[in-house]
Ligand binder design. Structure first.
Ligand SMILES: Nc1ncnc2c1ncn2[C@@H]1O[C@H](COP(=O)(O)OP(=O)(O)OP(=O)(O)O)[C@@H](O)[C@H]1O
Length: 260
């Protein structure tokens, strides 16, 4: 169970921060989606929470400063899946997912029966059983995406940071993956933070959104509060209509204006 809080977080790569002064909290078992136009700093913010880029400010997990955690403790608490992971093509899906158990292994120790059963269970949860013996290099983009999610889920962390988990998935597979994630969150109480380009998916799955533009937080709150036609025009330079489904979820629809 992990509550995540950020206060005045700035992060970047060189001298100039590309994310500035972001403050946001995510309650235990909640889902936060970071949205914003290309280059806004979404991935950088996620990497800052994961401790993968230099950052300033305060990041706490259940009140404990993230930078006071050892590397191993951090890996037991935070699971991070990058947007474009480097994948060892010759590894089988099972062996790749087993890498998620690394934070629990002692020096030179082999995986235990319990590690193997967690991997089996994770493969089963993500319908990857049939692909378990396949090498990563032979999988389709969508299958790989599921394998990446499986590795991070096998890590059994209470906070998941997922950078664009639906990249390259068709609408059905994207929906299935997000549903599975939501189910795991409900069953296990995992806190989820994702970046998502698809604003409709973000609105339908996340409890709260933060909208970044040029490194700054420009809006945060419930999806229907953040996703307004005016705000999307201002920050994305996009012509959209925000519709509402029968269930009350926002749908962000691009609109083409035919000019005479
Ligand atoms: N490794 C890096 N070194 C230097 N600058 C970087 C690096 N990675 C990203 N940046 C810059 O930081 C800024 C924010 O990038 P970031 O990837 O966080 O944006 P993003 O919102 O995730 O974008 P996108 O939607 O295009 O994936 C961009 O200007 C980008 O060029």
């Amino acid at each position: 169970m992990t509550e995540l809080s950020l206060h005045g977080v700035s992060a970047g790569y060189d001298a100039e921060p590309v994310v500035r002064d972001v403050s946001v909290s995510v309650g235990t078992g909640r889902w936060l989606a970071i949205v914003g136009p290309n280059g806004a700093g979404k991935s950088t913010l996620l990497k800052a929470i994961a401790g993968l880029v230099p950052w300033q400010g305060s990041v706490t997990l259940d009140g404990t400063p993230a930078d006071s955690l050892s590397r191993k403790d951090r890996a037991r608490l935070i699971g991070y899946a990058p947007q474009n992971p480097v994948l060892p093509e010759r590894l089988t899906v099972t062996d790749y997912v087993l890498l998620g158990r690394t934070p629990y292994l002692g020096l030179l120790a082999r995986e235990s029966r319990s590690d193997l059963s967690i991997v089996d269970e994770t493969l089963d949860r993500l319908d990857l059983d049939a692909l378990a013996a396949r090498k990563l290099g032979t999988l389709s983009g969508g299958e790989l995406q599921r394998a990446v999610l499986a590795r991070v889920l096998a890590q059994r962390t209470t906070l998941l940071l997922l950078d664009e988990p639906t990249t390259g998935l068709d609408v059905g597979h994207a929906q299935t993956l997000l549903e599975r994630l939501d189910q795991l969150r409900r069953e296990d109480g995992t806190t989820v933070v994702t970046t998502l380009h698809d604003l409709t998916f973000a609105a339908q799955y996340a409890d709260e959104l933060v909208l970044l533009d040029r490194g700054r937080l420009v809006s945060s709150g419930k999806p229907a509060e953040v996703l307004t036609t005016e705000r999307l025009r201002e920050h994305y330079s996009a012509d959209v209509e925000v519709l509402t489904t029968a269930e009350g979820h926002p749908v962000v629809a691009p609109v083409r204006r035919i000019r005479p």
